[in-house]
Ligand binder design. Structure first.
Ligand code: CA2
Length: 150
C-alpha cells in the first residue's frame, strides 16, 4: 500500500529562504526545508510532494489537484495569506485537513500580516517556530490522519 501523501505548498518569495533576511527567516534554504519534510515524512510513514510558486493561480490549481490524491495539505501561503480569497476557497473545496505554517510569528509583526484568510480553512496554525514548524506540522498531520479526524 502507498503511504498517505501530504502536499506541502509554499507561496511567493519563499524560494529566497536562506539567501536574504536571515535575522527574520533563518539560514535554512527551501531545499533544506524540503529535506526536513522528507525526513519527517519517513519517520511518520508519509509521502510528501513539496512545491513552491510565486503565482497565486498556480497555488490555487495545485490545491485543486490535491482532491482525491492527497490526504492533507500543509501550506505556507506567505504573502497570499492576507489577500487571497481564491486560495481560501480552493482550500475549503479540497475537503482535506489543512495546516497553515509561518516561519515567523506573524502576530508580533506588522499589523497587516496578522489577518489570515487561509486560517478559515485550517485545522491548525503554526507560527514563529522557524522552519521546524514544517516538521511539527507533519507530525500533527500524521496524527490527524491516523485518528481519522480533520
Ligand atoms: O513567516 C512566514 O513564513 C511568512 O509566511 C513569510 C512571508 C510573509 O509575507 C508572511 O507575512 C509570513 C514572506 C515570505 C518571504 O520569504 C523570504 C525569505 C527570505 C528572504 C526574503 C523573503
Amino acid at each position: 500500500m502507498q503511504p498517505p501523501l501530504i502536499v506541502i505548498l509554499n507561496g511567493p518569495n519563499l524560494n529566497l529562504l536562506g539567501t536574504r533576511q536571515p535575522h527574520l527567516y533563518g539560514s535554512a534554504t527551501l531545499d533544506d526545508v524540503e529535506a526536513l519534510c522528507v525526513d519527517t515524512a519517513e519517520e511518520f510513514g508519509l509521502a510528501v510532494d513539496f512545491r513552491q510558486t510565486n503565482a497565486e493561480g498556480e497555488l490555487v490549481t495545485w490545491v485543486q489537484e490535491c482532491r482525491g490524491r492527497a490526504r492533507g495539505i500543509i501550506i505556507n501561503p506567505a504573502g497570499y495569506t492576507t489577500t487571497s480569497i481564491a486560495l481560501l476557497d480552493a482550500l475549503l473545496a479540497s475537503d482535506l485537513p489543512v495546516i497553515e505554517v509561518h516561519i515567523t510569528n506573524i502576530h508580533r509583526r506588522e499589523e497587516f500580516r496578522q489577518h489570515s484568510y487561509v486560517s478559515k480553512a485550517a485545522t491548525g496554525v503554526i507560527a514563529g517556530l522557524g522552519v521546524e514548524g514544517y516538521a511539527l506540522a507533519m507530525r500533527a498531520m500524521a496524527g490527524i490522519i491516523a485518528e481519522g479526524r480533520a
